[in-house]
Design a protein around this ligand. Structure first.
Ligand code: ADP
Length: 630
């Protein structure tokens, strides 16, 4: 059969795998053992659901070394692969992600490339780091022919069906590379190395990893009496999550996480927890240290792995984790779950619900702990997954608000740093009644808003909201610790003293005619034109009446099904202390209408809106300059 070529992106990836990315070539063994272990899990699980008889105690992974032929062979009696599966799984790398992969590989530098690849988990292909040729013999648990696959990595692969029927499972033969100056590949043919690597990376694998070893018996004189072959189990088989925490090193968790969840980087946080009682479980959870490449696509599989007494039941059990925490990877092992639970049953399982609710609380408390004691780390987490927490808060009309509100961070006007709502409230002075916020495109734009000036000067802190979802989050929260949220550019901002209020009132009386003509000129654009109690040095601003805010109007207008019907009620506010007010009072009445539009357009620009007729705006400005020079 003719050799097939790997797809272009596969080739590029292979090249990287083989020649560069992993500094520790030895991890190839971990990857192949982990695949074998998954295949055993799948075999057992399939047998439970399809009435096949499989004796779980016979499931194992065998390693064979032949230093003469320079082969390292890994054999499992797991689920095996059909011809199509071999083609799909081994012929195309990172199958589901290949499109993204290609896209991502354009215009990135080497380091980024490595990071991207790490996110795909190169698994099987890591064999080519140490092998010049890889052969795979496999027989699927299903009725099908036995299959042979062979590849030397870079120049394609060959797949054929075999005449003879192999036992169910997969045998992978690595033809180990010749030694080089800086890399002694021969060490992978020594049983000592293999034993060390299994201990280091795969000790927790729940199936025996066995290898034959020569054992010599000595007589009294110290001479070899007999040489026997003994089959030794190399791993302790205690799942990591079943071991006592004090015996587990940080590295153990990291290795486990990387191989189990195909991440190239260490997790940011490990949560290892258990519960004994009416419901018992062990859980091992991880928060990734970066956003998975497909996190915001439908490809991303949220949920935890489910085990019962160390036996794998299901992958991606979404029911175990609330959507706001969908970035959490990990597994739960509970003896209270039935082995042949189906996906449909998951949703109604009471035990599972009880576990989910425990996990939810645990994740929250761990995150809160991180926020309080390890701020830097929390901010990294927030940068990665804060948006998810915000969406989670907003989702279902705020059903999860209690769970999530303490985890939220926003940027503060005080130092442009992130602040939690609890911190904000604890810093509020006695005369501050509400939590102030304002939305804008960037922190800088929020900070420069005319409406922000006086609030800041009064010593009040403002939350700057720069994500589209932010205002929606606050709208479902409505209050935090009984303090209401108040947009500084909406409704009345009760900042003034009684005397200031009086002064404003009489000024408004004095300028009544002007305000009336401005209002008349802008009657199609605004519901009111009034003197402002929130401006300090700036002449004009736009605010919204209670209800829809200016920012929400913008966000809603961007929605795919926007009908542009939902509009804020706009109010134009003028600074009563600004010289502009007196200047306007002196303007000829035929010009007031044109000036009103200028002011309104300025206010729109400040708020980040586009103006309806920029040409008219520009011409009016030009006219103004001409008039001024007369
Ligand atoms: P990953 O394990 O991340 O999916 P791999 O490249 O390691 O990526 O393997 C690709 C796929 O090939 C696996 O998902 C699995 O379906 C299949 N596979 C690999 N090794 C085995 C094996 N020993 N037995 C059965 N299937 C296997």
């Amino acid at each position: 059969m003719a050799k097939k070529q790997y797809k272009a992106e596969t080739k590029r990836l292979l090249d990287l795998v083989i020649h560069s990315i992993y500094t520790h070539k030895e991890i190839f063994l971990r990857e192949l053992i982990s695949n074998a272990s998954d295949a055993l899990d799948k075999a057992y699980y399939t047998s439970l659901n399809e009435d096949l008889t499989i004796d779980r105690t016979k499931l194992q992974i065998r390693i064979e070394l032949d230093p003469v032929l320079r082969t390292l062979t890994i054999i499992d009696n797991g689920i095996g692969m059909t011809k199509d599966e071999v083609e799909d799984n081994l012929g195309v790398i990172a199958k589901s992600g290949s499109y993204n992969f290609k896209k991502n590989l354009e215009n990135v530098d080497k380091q980024e490339e490595v990071d991207i690849i790490g996110q795909f988990g190169v698994g099987f292909y890591s064999a080519f780091m140490v092998a010049e040729k890889v052969e795979v013999y496999t027989q699927s648990i299903r009725e099908s022919e036995s299959v042979y696959f062979e590849s030397t990595g870079e120049d394609g692969y060959r797949i054929e069906t075999l005449e003879e029927k192999l036992p169910v499972g997969t045998k992978i033969v690595l033809h180990i590379k010749k030694d080089e100056e800086e890399e002694k590949y021969s060490e992978y043919l020594e049983s000592y190395t293999i034993k060390r690597l299994v201990k280091k990376y795969s000790d927790y694998i729940r199936y025996p990893i066995v290898m034959d070893e020569e054992v010599k018996d000595y007589d009294d004189k110290g001479e070899v009496k007999e040489t026997r072959i003994e089959t030794k189990t190399l791993n302790s088989m205690v799942p990591l999550w079943k071991r006592s925490k004090s015996d587990i090193k940080e590295e153990d968790y990291q290795t486990f996480y990387q191989s189990k969840f195909n991440d190239f980087q260490n997790p940011q946080k490990v949560i290892h927890t258990n519960l004994e009682g009416s419901i018992s479980f062990d859980a091992l959870l991880f928060i990734p240290s970066h956003v998975p490449y497909n996190f915001y696509s439908s490809e991303y599989q949220a949920g935890l792995q489910l085990y019962s007494r160390g036996v794998f039941i299901l992958d991606n059990a979404k029911e175990l984790i609330p959507d706001a925490f969908r970035f959490v990877k990990g597994l739960v092992d509970s003896p209270d779950l039935s082995l042949n639970i189906s996906r449909e049953m998951l949703q109604h399982d009471r035990q599972l619900k009880a576990i989910a609710s425990r996990l939810e609380k645990k994740i929250k408390s761990e995150l809160l702990g991180m926020l309080k004691t390890d701020r830097e780390n929390y901010e990294t987490f927030w940068k990665n997954f804060g948006l998810q927490i915000k969406y989670g808060t907003y989702a279902n009309f705020g059903a999860n608000r209690e769970l999530l509100e303490d985890l939220l961070l926003f940027t503060s006007s005080r130092d442009k740093k992130l602040v939690s709502l609890e911190e904000y409230v604890s810093r509020m002075s006695e005369d501050q009644k509400e939590i102030y916020y304002v939305s804008g495109e960037t922190i800088d734009k929020c900070d420069k808003l005319p409406q922000a000036e006086w609030v800041k000067e009064k010593g009040f802190e403002i939350l700057y909201l720069v994500d589209d979802v932010d205002e929606f989050v606050l709208s479902v929260l409505h209050t935090y610790k009984e303090k209401t949220f108040k947009a500084i550019n909406q409704g009345d901002l009760d900042l003034s003293s009684d005397e200031e209020k009086e002064a404003l009132k009489s000024k408004a009386e004095e300028k009544k005619d002007l305000l009336t003509s401005l209002k008349e000129a802008l009657k199609d654009q605004v519901v009111d034109v009034r003197l402002s109690s929130r401006l300090k040095s700036h002449p004009v601003c736009l605010v919204a009446d209670e209800g829809i805010s200016l920012e929400m109007e913008k966000v809603l207008a961007q929605m795919p099904d926007a009908n542009n019907q939902v509009k804020a009620k706009r109010i134009l506010e003028l600074n009563s202390d600004h010289p502009l007010i007196d200047a306007l009072s002196k303007v000829d009445s035929d010009k007031v209408s044109s000036y009103a539009k200028l002011l309104y357009n300025q206010a729109l620009l400040i708020e980040g809106f586009t103006i309806e007729d920029p040409i008219e705006f520009s011409n009016s400005m030009a006219q103004l300059m001409i008039d001024a020079s007369k």
